[in-house]
Write a protein that binds this ligand. Structure first.
Ligand code: PMP
Length: 379
């Protein structure tokens, strides 16, 4: 099998699997219990908080564990808007966000906020200037992703957020860092963010765990109420096995980010050459994250191609896994013509993707081009 859908999810690593089994077998106590078993479980959470904080460049008390980045994004957006948007009702985001941000902003709009979603320009770029000029003195929150999950496009979050913070120190900044975490050597300080979302299953931890980093002193209103766990920010007994596994996966992959990035860039360069030779249009920009390649075999529907490749045990996504066959509003926002967007597949590299995996993909694509063109293009 050749797995090239790592932006959708990654296989849990050995360290994460062993950690979750250990937590279930040996440390099953409730982390809020005062006895030894509870304290043992609490220690596993503390380990993971420290691992996440170290990888992000923060401190452990700034980490809140959630059920995934969808919850982290929702917690940050609603929690910041509630505390900082009493009088300032304008909120800014981009038109290329993951649905867990885009839908949260739709809800803010329904709640009476003025929502501005900055669109890519005619070059498919969202510039720092465009983000900064969308913000005014009535803006309480800006949320922008670091790496777009469909195209790998890297947004100028650092320069935009640092300028916004200089001009409007009271405006809160949130970054969905899911596709950049442990892939790009970026720390929260340089992001100038007040809150940063990450997800476990994109970095070889299990599904169902994520984290929100919240800068010390920043107030995020809770969305769940109950036993007051995690400093009252996220009530509910912590998912210790998943959290411990997340910490172990982060520990395993928090070194060598720059070396892995360099390696991925070489594989991407090779992939772009091979895919172009196979007749694909490459949508991803040259300076996009090397881990995500958006490309189209124009005339063949994404899903048709995806299933053709699947029959050869090669796994990719159509656009993004979250769009599930629906037309991607994000690809359209990036300026892709309908015919290209409808034929787009996302090839997302893992840390271990090799050039020969790309060769197998390119050969399969050549076969697809020969055998599918007639059936699909003729329609
Ligand atoms: N943001 C981005 C950019 C993503 O790629 C994803 C996952 N597709 C999410 C948020 C949601 O993460 P989770 O699956 O952990 O809820």
């Amino acid at each position: 099998m050749i797995y090239l859908d790592n932006a959708a999810t990654t296989p849990p690593c050995r360290e994460a699997i062993d950690a979750s089994v250990f937590a279930m077998n040996e440390a099953f106590g409730n982390p809020s219990s005062l006895h030894g078993l509870g304290i043992q479980a609490e220690k596993l959470i503390d380990f993971s908080k420290e691992a996440l904080a170290r990888a992000l460049g923060g401190v452990s008390k700034e980490i809140v564990f959630t059920s995934g980045a969808t919850e982290s994004n929702n917690l940050a957006i609603f929690g910041l808007a509630e505390n900082y948007g009493r009088r300032k009702k304008r909120v800014v985001t981009t038109a290329v966000e993951h649905p867990s941000v885009a839908e949260a902003f739709k809800k803010l709009s329904a709640l009476g906020y003025e929502v501005v979603a900055v669109k890519p320009d005619q070059n498919g770029e969202i510039t720092a200037d465009a983000l900064v000029s969308a913000v005014d003195k009535n803006t309480c929150l800006v949320s922008a992703m670091y790496v777009n999950n469909e195209t790998g496009y890297i947004l100028p979050v650092e320069s935009a957020f640092s300028r916004i913070k200089k001009q409007y120190p009271d405006c809160m900044t949130h970054c969905d860092f899911v596709q950049g975490f442990l892939k790009l050597p970026v720390k929260v300080k340089s992001l100038c963010a007040d809150a940063v979302s990450v997800s476990g299953h994109k970095v070889h931890a299990p599904k169902g765990v994520g984290a929100l980093w919240i800068k010390s002193g920043v107030r995020v209103a809770p969305a769940t109420f109950g036993g007051g766990q995690q400093n009252g920010l996220r009530s509910g007994t912590e998912a210790v096995p998943a959290i411990y596994a997340f910490g172990k996966a982060v520990e395993a992959f928090s070194g060598n980010i720059a070396q892995r990035l360099e390696r991925a860039a070489l594989v991407k360069k090779y992939a772009v050459e091979r895919l172009s030779e196979a007749g694909l249009v490459i949508n991803s920009k040259e300076n996009a994250s090397p881990y995500i390649i958006s490309a189209a075999l124009v005339g063949i529907k994404s899903e048709t191609l995806l299933h053709f490749l699947e029959a050869e045990k090669i796994y990719v996504s159509s656009g993004s896994a979250c769009s599930k066959g629906k037309k991607s509003a994000v690809l359209t926002a990036f300026g892709l013509a309908d015919a290209v967007a409808d034929s787009t597949v996302r090839i997302s590299l893992g840390f271990d993707t090799e050039k020969n995996d790309i060769d197998s993909l390119a050969e399969a694509l050549e076969r697809a081009s020969k055998s599918l063109v007639k059936s699909d293009r003729g329609r």
